[in-house]
Design a protein around this ligand. Structure first.
Ligand SMILES: O=C(O)c1cc(=O)[nH]c(=O)n1[C@@H]1O[C@H](COP(=O)(O)O)[C@@H](O)[C@H]1O
Length: 276
């Protein structure tokens, strides 16, 4: 069985280093002329999948915007995951889960076990109950060829108050997360299956990402003010493992399929140049 790291490496080699987020904000539904209900959600997600799932390496549906419509929204999420995979994109489900280990095992079953209708190629998780509490997700990912992206240095302005806090060993909380994930990924070729989330907006923070040996998801580009030029300062020597992620910057080009594709091409060109 191929690992997620192997599959992601191949997808990026074939399609380029880009993740497009599917974030059906109420404001975007309105901008696209769609109702703010489950039919609008369904049209929005289907259009994004039709426009880009056959050309981008990774699609990242943001679960919150589907959950907002209850079980019918989750049913749309299930079809979005299925259709995206069928068109050849890897699906990174953005759910940012994190809980005690025994509960984490149930989340892993929901999102990483092929028996589930929500099974995705990878998920986002939050490490603030301790990286060790995420072990059931790491184990499920390893068993099923999936991936897990752990929040390390997030793109929002509130992040540093927690993530830059220095612990007993003199390391920041974020560096502890980075180091623990690096240990699990050590030795994997061409890339480990555990990723980190590091926002493109954070600037130079002095954190050491050189040993991660896994994908570095970089949200915060576009709508949150991050630019491809910022990536060098944030990632330094680890630029080759960066997976830039855009949601609103691309989505606001819709509902025209051609315009969504053009926006995707434009951001891909921008990040290719920046990543070198
Ligand atoms: O895990 C994420 O993807 C994530 C982490 C982070 O630090 N910042 C961040 O913005 N995100 C997500 O990335 C997307 C960003 O959307 P845009 O700002 O529209 O590109 C949202 O779905 C966020 O929830």
């Amino acid at each position: 069985m191929e690992t997620f790291g192997e599959r992601l490496h191949a997808a990026v080699a074939e399609r380029g280093p880009l993740c497009v987020g599917i974030d059906p904000h109420a404001a975007l539904l309105s901008r696209w002329g769609l109702p703010d209900d489950v039919s609008g959600l369904e049209r929005f997600a289907r259009t994004v999948v039709e426009a880009v799932a056959d050309r981008v390496a990774v699609l990242k549906p943001q679960s919150a915007f589907f959950e907002r419509f209850g079980s019918r929204g989750v049913a749309v999420l299930e079809s979005t995951i299925r259709q995206s995979k069928e068109a050849g994109a890897l699906v990174l489900l953005d759910v940012k889960r994190g809980d005690i280990g025994s509960t984490m095992a149930a989340y892993a079953d929901a999102y990483l076990n092929p028996a589930s209708t929500l099974c995705s190629d990878a998920i986002t998780v939050s490490p603030y109950l301790g990286v060790g509490s995420l072990a059931p997700a790491f184990e499920s990912a390893a068993a099923h060829g999936g991936g897990v992206f752990v929040l390390a240095l997030t793109s929002n302005p509130e992040g540093p108050a927690v993530q830059h806090a220095v612990g007993a060993g003199g390391r920041t909380v974020a560096q502890t997360v980075i180091d623990e994930i690096s240990q699990v990924n050590a030795g994997a070729r061409p890339l480990g299956s555990l990723g980190l989330v590091v926002g493109a907006t954070i600037g130079e923070t002095g954190h050491d990402l050189s040993a991660v040996n896994g994908p570095l998801l970089a949200p915060g580009l576009g709508a949150q003010g991050g630019t491809p030029d910022d990536l060098r300062a944030v990632f330094g020597e680890s630029l080759h493992n960066v997976l830039p992620s855009y949601s609103r910057e691309v989505l606001s080009a819709g509902p025209s399929i051609a315009d969504l594709r053009a926006a995707t091409e434009r951001v891909l060109d921008g990040v290719r140049t920046a990543l070198g």
